[in-house]
Design a protein around this ligand. Structure first.
Ligand SMILES: [Zn+2]
Length: 421
């Protein structure tokens, strides 16, 4: 161990539980680079262990292992055995080789102006970003790319990595990233003529090890750059297996063959839309019909027509206003008050509306609310022509109606007094 840091400060020892950064004179750990995720693993000393969660390379040639001391005390001069999590590394390597294949497949399909703009190689999945000269990749083209990649897996091509000069790499036609700085000596990763790329990452020995590549999506991530997301190996298989199960369940539920599902579902959606339209029409008709019945049942309170009632079943609270306005319209030019109540569970909403003649007689909807609000445990208010509110006691509606009648008698008497005086 040649470097040991806690909180970015060099230390001689770090006890169990410390978050540490460790530098070794040599290491098998891969530091995050070129889209490939860092290795994880363990450092084991005589009487201590450090779990490594991340490895970064802040300057070329230096690899900083970040992790936690999980047992014992780490000392600066200790020797360690460095163990990379091999399963994870293998999964990342499969994703990285698959990324090169996606790169080659995309260029074969879209032309060489489709250039890599970024990538991610994680266990079981990959992301490949590229500038697309033609915008979105058509689903059929994407499917062809996927087919091509998977047939290269089946060919089980050897994946070779070798160092060569930059000139030689250019002559071989190796793909290199625009804007990336390369030295005179470069590392080429080669899968025969199918893919040849400059790359410092880890790879499988033969393409067959990847098993399967399943492209999940292709989408824009802005300014002419597209992103392909794909699953690799067992993760790809499990995804497809789950999708298959899902389709089987849907086919079962809809009593349809899997290949007929799209037609079956669009047929169902169409029927549902028509049914909803019919239902809405019937509901409107029912509301209109109830408006007529409510207006016809108006009682005369000292010359003021009063319609006070619970809204008919099927009239939702938010349609109360429309219904109250409709009933009011049917009361014509006479003084009239409409008060409608609608309950849902232990909640109640109400609307009060007045005709123009009622307002001329001094009856304001908003001022009528306090006369009955107590009976329904409610409150609300509004203008002279329309007021609304809510309550918590639906059982109190009959008392509320009685209270409103009484208020109209007072108001009517006042109006009458005003008319005669
Ligand atoms: Zn690479």
């Amino acid at each position: 161990m040649v470097g040991l840091l806690v909180d970015d400060q060099s230390v001689a020892a770090a006890p169990e539980g410390s978050v540490v950064q460790v530098v070794l004179d040599r290491t098998p750990f891969y530091a995050e680079a070129g889209g490939q995720q860092a290795d994880t693993g363990m450092l084991r000393g005589g009487d201590f262990t450090v779990r490594i969660d991340d490895v970064q390379s802040p300057v070329a040639g230096l690899r900083v292992h970040r992790g936690v001391v999980t047992a014992g005390t780490v000392t600066l001069d200790a020797s360690v055995v460095a163990e990379v999590d091999k399963g994870r590394r293998a999964a990342i390597s499969r994703a990285h080789t698959a990324t090169h294949l996606v790169h080659a497949g995309v260029r074969n399909a879209l032309g060489t102006s489709a250039a890599q703009a970024g990538s991610l190689n994680a266990p079981g999945r990959l992301r490949f970003d590229f500038t697309s000269p033609t915008g979105a990749v058509a689903p059929a083209a994407l499917s062809d790319i996927e087919d091509e990649i998977n047939s290269v897996l089946q060919e089980n091509r050897e994946v070779e990595a070798y160092e060569t000069s930059m000139d030689e790499a250019r002559k071989l036609g190796a793909m290199m990233l625009f804007g990336e700085k390369y030295g005179d000596r470069v590392r080429v990763v080669d899968m025969g003529e199918y893919s040849r790329e400059l790359c410092g990452g880890t790879h499988v020995a033969r393409t067959g090890e990847i098993g399967l590549v399943k492209v999940l999506s292709e989408a824009s991530i802005g300014s002419g750059v597209r992103r392909v997301d794909a699953l690799v190996g067992l993760d790809a298989f499990q995804y497809m297996s789950k999708e298959h199960l899902l389709v089987s369940q849907l086919a079962d539920q809809l009593k349809s063959r899997p290949e007929d599902l799209p037609d079956r579902i669009s047929g169902l959606v169409e029927r549902l839309r028509n049914a909803e339209r019919d239902l809405e029409k019937h509901r409107e008709e029912a509301v209109l019909a109830s408006a007529g019945a409510l207006a016809a049942g108006a009682e005369d309170i000292d010359g003021v027509l009063l319609v006070a009632a619970a809204a008919p079943d099927g009239v939702p609270g938010n349609d109360l206003r429309a219904l109250a306005s409709d009933v009011r319209g049917r009361l014509g030019t006479r003084p009239g008050v409409v008060a409608l109540f609608s309950s849902a569970g232990d909640k109640l909403s109400f609307v009060v509306a007045t005709t123009e003649a009622a307002r001329r007689d001094g009856l304001a909807a908003g001022k009528l609310v306090p006369s009955f609000a107590a009976a329904i445990g409610g409150r609300g208010g509004g203008k002279a022509e329309l007021a609304q509110g809510g309550g918590t006691n639906p059982a109190g509606v009959p008392q509320a109606v009685t209270a409103l009648r009484a208020a109209l008698r007072d108001g009517g008497a006042a109006a009458g007094a005003r008319a005669s005086g």
